[in-house]
Design a protein around this ligand. Structure first.
Ligand SMILES: [Zn+2]
Ligand SMILES: [Zn+2]
Ligand SMILES: [Zn+2]
Length: 205
């Protein structure tokens, strides 16, 4: 007769490695079982059998806390898959069940984590790029001011600069006329760089 085994899987929050272990159901006949991350050894899932109940304490790759869940011993031993989720994010953080389904669950979880990581990185890159474009545009504008290449139709030569979001407004200090320059994309920046002179249209009042 084939020995009955259960598979337990989680992703180590310390080193990011998926950990999956097959244990004979006899391992859960009483007391405590610990499953350490084999790569770094720094995190572990603890399983405590207490009569008809099983208590599982697992590290969480998503929020970095430890979560404790409870299920019936019957479910723990016989359900094809139990997915325990992070209370903070709702995503799975620990699987118990058949080897192949636990493996699939872990793979899916790793995919989600990778996608989230890429998105955070792209977002950070976009923010840096935006700030760089705005800064470069401001340099261009201040260069025009230094060279007296900013003027208003009304003839005044004093202005305020107002930066909001990706927009740079140059406002005439006399007639309050306003020239809006947008500095969000590389094309915007090229356009501003190509402007030899900045001319503010005369204000209404
Ligand atoms: Zn680890
Ligand atoms: Zn969590
Ligand atoms: Zn003016």
């Amino acid at each position: 007769m084939e020995e009955m085994v259960r598979s337990i899987g989680f992703v180590c929050p310390e080193c990011g490695a998926p950990e999956q272990r097959q244990l004979s159901v006899f391992a859960f006949s009483g007391g405590m079982t610990e499953i350490h991350c084999r790569r770094c050894g720094k995190s572990k899932t603890k399983i405590i059998r207490n009569g008809d109940r099983v208590l599982i304490t697992t590290p969480c790759i998503i929020c970095n806390e430890r979560h404790t869940v409870m299920c019936s011993a019957h479910d723990f031993l016989y359900e094809p898959i139990l997915a325990f989720s992070c209370v903070n994010s709702g995503l799975d953080c620990c699987y118990v069940g058949r080897e192949d389904i636990v493996k699939m669950g872990l793979r899916k979880l790793i995919d989600i984590l990778n996608a989230a990581g890429d998105e955070a990185e792209q977002k950070a890159n976009r923010t840096v790029l935006k700030e760089t474009i705005l800064f470069e545009a401001m340099l261009q504008i201040s260069d025009r001011m230094d060279r007296n290449k900013v003027r208003c139709e009304c003839g005044a030569e004093a202005w305020d600069v107002d930066v909001r979001g990706g927009n740079i407004d140059i406002i005439c200090g006399s007639c309050r006329g306003r020239l809006r320059l947008t500095a969000v994309t590389m094309e915007d920046l090229e356009e501003i760089s190509a402007m030899e002179e900045l001319c503010i249209p005369k204000g209404e009042g």
